[in-house]
Design a protein around this ligand. Sequence first.
Ligand code: FDA
Length: 309
Amino acid sequence: MLRTVMLAAARSRACRDLAENTPLLRPLVDRFVAGETLDAVLAATAALTTDRLVTIDHLGEDTHDRAAADAVVDAYVALLGRLAATGLARRAEVSVKLSALGQALPDDDADKIALDNARRICAAAAEAGTTVTVDMEDHTTTDSTLGIVADLRADHPWVGAVLQAQLRRTEGDCRALAGPGSRVRLCKGAYAEPAAVAFRDKHEVDTSYVRCLKILMAGDGLPMVATHDPRLVAIARHLADEHGRGPGDYELQMLNGVRPDAQRELAAEGLTVRVYLPYGTEWYGYFMRRLAERPANLAFFARSLLTRS
Ligand code: FDA
């Protein structure tokens, strides 16, 4: 119930305006977000890549204006240029949301605009010597996003896809995407979805995650196991061993600011750990999804309000 309310608030303009004008939220936002500027995210990337890999997200989503979508592309191209120039591209890639690149525009050719914009980012990533993963948004975008990933992979087979275990369709998508070289990030899914298309019960989502993981680990691609759930991490490690996958043959992925000690411990054990690192001014939607995942984050926020008053 609380999760549904938080996720509805994540899409509300009024809540967003209120949150952005509440300085007391800043410490909690800073836990998850690297900062607002390119310099800030490069500094955070340099620190994290001493023992982990990174995927950087330039925050923004649901862009309804063509110029804003173009500006997002420019920001990614600038970011990739700096990653190359600083040598960080060896250990850092980028994650992109297609709704920030034009997929959500009212135009009839919105998908083509998003594809062309994503192509520009992939070309810049290729030049920098790194990769791109295309985030997955709510279920109304899944077919369009997977179609665009397939088109991008024609030129850049290393483009990563994201699948959400909470969707009923995802086992089938895992089978379709488990081929040679295919980079697939498996997550639970951060969006409020209707029961017709998604499992709503936590246990059902978790068991779906395990079924999907089995398909990806048995396949020929690179499974990217995106979860902070210690039981699922243990199952992933067990399945990797069973299929003879070494540390370089799959990734464990976690969000910046979530279970950082576990991230460091897993990396110290020699496993490949990648941190999803967002930056930029458009933090509201991302931040609200993080609050929705864990009610304790709200308590943390309430405590910070009390200690300041
Ligand atoms: P679960 O929510 O069950 O959490 C397990 C444990 O992890 C919790 O008990 C808690 O200890 C800790 N934890 C989890 N979230 C926390 C938080 N916000 N704050 C503090 N502790 C927390 N989703 C999507 O729809 N599309 C996408 O493209 C992506 N991309 C993505 C990339 C990466 C690298 C990760 C790790 C996650 C995503 N997600 C995503 C988000 C994902 O779908 C999911 O919402 C979160 O990862 C939370 O689910 P868990 O698997 O961590 O399990």
